[in-house]
Design a protein around this ligand. Structure first.
Ligand SMILES: Nc1nc2c(c(=O)[nH]1)N[C@H]1C(S)=C(S)[C@@H](COP(=O)(O)OP(=O)(O)OC[C@H]3O[C@@H](n4cnc5c(=O)[nH]c(N)nc54)[C@H](O)[C@@H]3O)O[C@H]1N2
Ligand SMILES: Nc1nc2c(c(=O)[nH]1)N[C@H]1C(S)=C(S)[C@@H](COP(=O)(O)OP(=O)(O)OC[C@H]3O[C@@H](n4cnc5c(=O)[nH]c(N)nc54)[C@H](O)[C@@H]3O)O[C@H]1N2
Ligand SMILES: [Mo]
Length: 761
């Protein structure tokens, strides 16, 4: 294993006092009140509030502190006492144009948005508007553009109830243009996993974490992005289990962890070593690495058979449950070690070590994140991981399975309840029956198509239920111009962000309640529900006083827009639904009866209720009716060739951000402090390029499509990375990602392997 102490930028373990310090700093910066500790105490517990940060599941046997460093940061960020009121826009320096010079961190630090605002081009400022005027203006503008040209985007925050009605609004308005943040994230999973196991989501549940013998991690960073995952990982190690990691970057959370919930560990500093093996493969090298693992499994099975020993491949499972096996193992036998080594950047010996752990483990969970999904052949990456799991029957039995770790707290659930641009994913006939209108049958746009539509002028109006799309998508510079050229932009937001600063001809910012706040409607304080990465559905009940009397719930905003833009129909009871969200849950249950049985009663169960998943029961909803082995057509997941001076750029998240929300400038777990304008490169590459550690450089996208994409002012920083793989931060790097650079099947932007050159500035 690589010793973290060898890193050019060594850091302490994940968790421990470092995480306490991280939380304390945000506490100081957000001026939140000490009452925040009461909110934190309710987090992820029945009748409490499900974390507003990531989608990591909530255990039924919860502990006193069921939150992590990043959940606490996200909570304090939302519960800040700072307010961005209409007064903010009256200050001389606060024109929209001037605010474009501000950093993401400083925009959000202005605090919670308190009033609906409309852009005034004369003054170049947003000005307060009444809700009635805002809804009327939005309705009129939506009805003035062709129906196909309006887009209804959702970032994965809003609860199931508001999301269901949002999807209904788009369809009643007249299109299926319902792209979502997962189009930049786990859409590769939704498409790729469905292709091979017939399920768009992961196959494990909480109990499997406690039963597994080994975790294999591919491109997911729990220390930063889902820190509560570190507890089951520590438990796995405590019971003698193994963890093997494949990641070009050494991520401290996968190296060692001090449990902040254990007084003994905190006082003694006792670290748990997490990864038994840490394989720093090249970005885009997973196809070859996994093929290498499978090759060893096939070899071991051949040898076992020859020696009359128990088989290594689970042939009974393969026979009964899969298709494509013969062709796949043929490709394993044919692949040479030299090409596997070349493409993965790992040695045969290292891959044999990893395969030994895989073979010795009775039950294995394969975990993955953006390191697999955000590639040109991201779906192939996922299919390869499934190949590996299928060989030994590691899907659909206790302690084993496939575990994509989702991002936003309700990103998976929004898709479940109809926020989907693909009509085949939505029971349109049910909608017709329930609401009495003909839902449009033409597929809508995903994010890449929406961005292309903005560029060519076919998208004219954009409604965003949360998020900061302009900052999150590829080709950001072009996007800023195109966004502002639209007829209408509507942002339902909690904080100011860059997407607000490129207002369309008519532009609105609509402030909404956060999940911690009470949501009083005619029938009382409302409950909202969310679905986590394990398909568990849980209720949240807000308990904090709303940030201002003038904010509305996301659901009330959705119904407000709906009433103003969709003709009235007896079946569309927007007001009634707003007065009691339980009625919306009844509609969800009627639309998806198998998934949401007894919804209103079961949503308070500890740990949530399970929506079910065929693949978990070995029911494969693929065209073949079986799980599918995939023979790789190529040995990496890139869409370009290596060339002299061309690097594979990983756009990465720091420990001090949640997507485009930048809490600060401390990437503690990577030992990087003080600046986000950095480029990480290994010392050998720096020397070969004739550059020097500390030098200021510019990144230039190495794609020949007539566009000049560059990002300057980056401090070159020597870091322990494989040759040819470099890394810099998202979202800053989004000016470099071409919109056409995406996963072939799902169109998820390939943000983890952007071809770039490095120029001395
Ligand atoms: N604190 C915090 N938490 C978050 C978020 C956040 O921004 N901040 N974002 C949320 C969201 S929306 C999401 S989707 C998730 C994202 O969480 P993750 O899926 O963990 O996403 P990333 O951190 O972007 O990338 C994961 C890892 O992939 C590695 N990697 C890059 N390229 C490759 C490759 O080619 N192969 C392999 N094997 N690994 C590679 C990177 O080094 C990194 O460690 O986290 C969620 N949680
Ligand atoms: N280069 C590169 N690009 C990427 C990625 C990458 O790894 N590399 N990752 C991609 C991924 S995985 C994702 S998910 C996207 C993220 O894309 P988005 O989901 O669009 O962006 P966020 O940064 O999560 O959105 C932050 C904003 O959401 C609003 N907000 C926060 N809480 C709430 C709430 O409760 N309700 C409402 N209505 N609004 C709220 C606030 O105004 C805040 O400014 O970015 C993608 N882009
Ligand atoms: Mo995400």
């Amino acid at each position: 294993m690589t010793d973290s102490k060898e890193l050019p930028h060594a850091s302490g373990p994940a968790g421990g006092w470092g995480s306490m310090k991280g939380m304390t700093r945000i506490y100081g910066e957000t001026w939140t009140s000490p009452a925040v500790t009461r909110s934190l105490g309710r987090m992820n517990k029945p009748k409490g509030v499900m974390c507003v940060s990531c989608a990591w599941p909530k255990p039924a046997n919860y502990s006193a502190f069921e939150f992590c460093e990043n959940g606490a940061k996200a909570t304090m960020w939302e519960l800040t006492s700072a307010r961005c009121t209409p007064e903010f826009w009256k200050r001389d320096a606060h024109t929209v144009t001037a605010l474009r010079e501000w950093k993401d961190h400083d925009l959000e630090k202005t605090g919670r948005l308190t009033h609906p605002m409309r852009y005034n081009a004369q003054t170049d400022r947003y000005e307060e508007v009444s809700w009635d005027d805002a809804f009327a203006g939005i309705g009129a503008a939506l009805n003035a553009v062709p129906k196909d040209s309006a887009v209804f985007y959702a970032s994965g925050h809003a609860g199931l109830e508001a999301s269901y009605l949002y999807a209904l609004l788009a369809r009643a308005y007249g299109n299926n243009n319902l792209p979502q943040s997962s189009n930049m994230c786990h859409e590769t999973t939704s498409v790729g996993l469905t292709k091979v196991i017939g399920s768009p989501v992961g196959t494990i549940v909480w109990d499997d974490l406690d039963k597994t013998d080994a975790f294999f991690f591919f491109g997911q960073n729990p220390g930063t992005n889902s820190p509560r995952f570190l507890h089951p990982l520590k438990d796995c190690k405590d019971r003698g289990g193994k963890i093997v990691t494949f990641n070009p970057v050494i991520e401290q959370g996968l190296v060692s962890f001090v449990d902040p919930q254990s007084p003994t560990a905190m006082l003694t500093g006792k670290e748990t070593n997490i990864s038994d093996q840490y394989h720093q493969l090249k970005a885009g090298g997973d196809v070859a690495a996994i093929l290498g693992l499978c090759k060893v499994v096939v070899e071991a099975d051949d040898a076992a058979k020859a020696a009359g020993k128990p088989e290594v491949i689970d042939h009974q499972f393969v026979e009964q449950h899969t298709t494509g096996f013969d062709e796949f193992i043929q490709s394993c036998r044919e692949a040479t070690w030299s090409e596997i080594e070349q493409e993965s950047g790992l040695t045969e010996a290292a891959l044999r070590d990893a395969a030994r752990v895989y073979i010795a483990a009775g039950k294995v969970i394969g975990v993955y994140g953006m390191g697999l999904t955000q590639h040109t052949h991201g779906a192939l990456n996922i299919a390869m991981l499934v190949n590996l799991l299928l060989l030994r029957g590691n899907i659909g039995r206790p302690g084993a399975g496939c575990c994509p770790v989702r991002g936003h707290s309700n990103v998976q659930g929004q898709r479940t309840v109809g926020i989907a641009e693909k009509t085949k994913l939505v029971p349109l006939d049910k909608l017709k029956q329930l609401f009495g209108f003909d839902p449009p049958t033409k597929d809508g746009v995903n994010i890449v198509e929406a961005v292309e539509g903005l560029f060519d002028g076919t998208v004219k109006a954009f409604v965003s239920l949360g998020g900061n799309l302009l900052r999150a998508v590829p080709d950001q510079e072009r996007m800023e111009k195109a966004w502002a050229a639209q007829d209408l932009s509507v942002m339902v937001s909690t904080k100011l962000n860059r997407s607000h600063l490129f207002p369309a001809k008519q532009a609105y910012i609509l402030p909404c309640l956060g999940r911690f706040e009470t949501d009083e409607q005619a029938s009382g304080n409302q409950t909202v529900t969310t679905e986590d990465s394990f398909s568990m559905i849980s209720a949240s009940i807000g308990h904090r006083t709303p940030v201002s009397d003038a904010v509305k719930s996301e659901l009330a905003i959705v119904t407000g827009i709906a009433k103003a833009s969709v003709p009235p129909l007896p079946g569309l009871k927007w007001d009634e639904w707003t007065s009691d969200y339980g009625l919306v849950r009844d509609l969800i249950e009627k639309t998806y009866p198998e998934d949401f049985r007894d919804y209103n009663a079961r949503m308070y169960e500890a740990g949530g209720f399970y929506r079910g998943n065929g693949a978990h029961e070995r029911i494969w909803k693929t065209p073949q009716g079986k799980a599918v082995f995939t023979t790789p057509g190529q040995l990496n997941s890139l869409g370009f060739q290596d060339a002299p001076g061309r690097y594979r750029l990983i756009t990465m998240r720091s420990n001090d951000q949640f997507n485009t929300t930048i809490y600060g400038y401390s990437d503690r777990l990577r030992g990087l402090e003080g600046s986000r304008d950095i480029l990480l490169m290994c010392p050998e590459d720096i020397a070969e390029a004739g550059l020097a550690d500390g030098q200021i450089v510019t990144l230039v996208t190495d794609v020949n499509d007539g566009q000049d994409r560059r990002l300057g002012g980056l401090t070159l920083t020597a870091y322990k990375l494989p040759r040819g793989t470099i890394a810099s931060y998202y979202p800053e790097c989004n000016v470099l990602v071409p919109v056409g650079h995406h996963d072939k099947l799902s169109k998820t932007p390939a943000s983890k392997s952007v071809p770039v050159r490095v120029e001395a500035t």
